[in-house]
Design a protein around this ligand. Structure first.
Ligand code: A2H
Length: 253
């Protein structure tokens, strides 16, 4: 980790249809509020290519009131941070409406803001850290090697991961073109490094580094409002556009 706070973008993904287990766990607890899973990302410009969302099955999440009409699903740790960043008011005050295990959220259908696929499913990812971001990760397999490899693992062994194969059926969506790796940077690097599973953590860390640098310094947007612009130029514009649309918020830690 570097020094000083990291500026993430919080992405608001409204729940469209809870999994049966989540429905049961939340019954009568969340009122009539609109509920959002919220993810922290460093790459808001890739949100056009979201195909899923990941939670840690063993992570404990809360449903936190944001105001009278909305609630966020994230870790308590993230809610505490948000309560000191103007996202949750009044300052420092947290109202937890319910608690729920990540395993129960899997299979929930959510909205994917700005994405080509407007609705996507929540899937499990074992490497989600409870100590980073919100504990919720948007899955963009075109540009994130971790997201891509996890999707491949889930497709290979749906019974093992206790998922319905249809939840993992959306293919990576090209969002950014890079001169070296083409329109599907993450899958290309994962194949070049011969990565076999999400347990190949050393190679995945290397792939992540290569994909991040290549996308940021040499990438060009091939979809969306800023199509044709460099990733460096588009990154903050996409972020601002999502914030203006009420679909994202600044989140630092
Ligand atoms: B990124 P850094 Cl397309 N546990 O978003 C594990 N990973 C987490 C997390 C958690 N609790 N919270 C966030 N992340 C992921 C998009 C993306 C990301 C792309 C490419 C690379 C990439 C879509 N997933 O990150 O340790 C989130 O995934 C690679 C740097 O703070 C977040 O951005 O540097 C990133 O890790 C933050 O990681």
């Amino acid at each position: 980790e570097g020094f000083g706070p990291v500026e993430y973008t919080g992405i608001k993904m409204e729940v469209v249809d809870w999994s049966p287990a989540a429905k049961e766990a939340l019954e009568g607890k969340v009122g009539g509020r609109k509920i959002f899973l919220v993810a922290a990302t460093l790459r808001p410009e890739t949100m056009y290519g979201q195909t899923n969302c990941y939670v840690g099955p063993a992570i404990k999440y809360g449903v936190f009131a944001i105001n009278d009409n909305e609630a966020f699903v994230c870790t308590l740790r993230a809610a505490r941070n948000m309560a000191f960043q103007g996202t949750i008011t009044p300052r420092g005050h947290i109202e937890q409406l319910a608690e729920i295990a990540g395993s129960k959220i899997i299979g929930t259908k959510i909205k994917a803001p700005f994405a080509t696929n407007p609705e996507v499913y929540v899937l499990p990812m074992d490497s989600v850290l409870p100590t980073k971001g919100t504990g919720v990760v948007t899955s963009v397999p075109s540009d994130s090697p971790d997201d891509y490899q996890t999707l491949m693992d889930l497709r290979k062994k749906p019974e093992f991961y206790k998922i319905d194969p249809s939840w993992a059926s959306i293919d990576p969506v090209p969002v950014i073109s890079t001169p070296t790796y083409g329109e599907l940077t993450a899958p290309t690097i994962v194949k070049q490094l011969k990565i076999q599973s999400q347990k190949d953590t050393k190679q995945l860390a290397e792939a992540k580094e290569i994909a991040y640098k290549e996308g940021f310094y040499n990438g060009t947007m091939i979809v969306g409002e800023f199509k044709g612009q460099s990733v460096q130029d588009a990154k903050l514009k996409v972020r601002d556009s999502m914030i203006a649309a009420g679909l994202a918020f600044p989140y630092a830690e």
